[in-house]
Ligand binder design. Structure first.
Ligand code: BEZ
Length: 221
């Protein structure tokens, strides 16, 4: 199955390190970061899970829950957890889904439908495409997805930055330029005509080209 931005993540039941969950109940009405791993006890992934444990308060402050997924059992995840905590220097504060039957990996387009129904005989290398980050909105739609190569550690400061940009765009109907960070100028969306923009921004804007119109970050005023 192929998944794309704006697709709804269907509800699912899963076993996790915090016990069984119904995804929609667990998610509530907030934002979600769901990120995946091809195998437990892999070095790059251990650092990634640790970094998200460190950044957990930043995500919580943005009404965003975190959930990991790895293609192994809850028992394996629980044996892996102390290693992650040792690397992170903080407790692992979010659940890890056990996707040993590959169900979620397939339904989220990370493995092909014919990948089989068990992770038992599979290696981290043939699961290597299970290295995605999904940002899911309160409406359960996928707002951002990134898939990383197996030897390249992810950058979760970028995930936070995207979350900030998504939440800002949702609240204020603005777009954000390259490398945008909180407090930087934002862009009047291309979809807003000149007349509509004049009505909404009577004090004007800074136009670099007719279609690239900057205003100050609306949360700063
Ligand atoms: C890792 O080092 O975390 C890793 C190794 C192989 C495949 C994917 C991840």
């Amino acid at each position: 199955m192929t998944v794309r931005i704006n697709d709804i993540v269907p509800d699912f039941k899963a076993e996790t390190t915090d016990g069984p969950i119904d995804f929609y109940d667990w998610a509530g009405n907030g934002w979600i970061v769901l990120f995946s791993h091809p195998k437990d006890f892999t070095p790059v992934c251990t650092t990634e899970l640790g970094r998200l444990a460190q950044l957990f308060p930043e995500f919580t402050a943005r009404n965003c829950k975190i959930i990991g997924l790895s293609v192994d059992t809850v028992a394996d995840h629980l044996r892996w957890k102390p290693d992650i905590e040792k690397v992170a220097g903080v407790p692992l504060p979010y659940p890890l889904i056990a996707d040993q039957d590959l169900r979620l990996a397939k339904s989220l387009g990370m493995l092909p439908a014919d990948a089989g129904a068990t992770s038992k005989e599979r290696t981290e290398t043939n699961n290597a495409t299970v290295r995605s980050v999904f940002v899911i909105g309160p409406d359960k739609r996928i707002r951002m997805m990134q898939t990383y190569p197996m030897n390249t550690g992810r950058n979760f400061d970028e995930t936070l930055r995207v979350l900030d940009a998504l939440q800002l765009s949702e609240k204020h109907d603005v777009a954000t330029p390259v490398d945008w960070r909180r407090g930087d100028d934002v862009i009047i969306p291309h979809s807003l005509t000149e007349d509509e923009a004049k009505r909404r921004y009577p004090n004007g804007w800074r136009a670099v080209t007719p279609y690239l119109r900057y205003i100050a970050d609306p949360t700063e005023s």
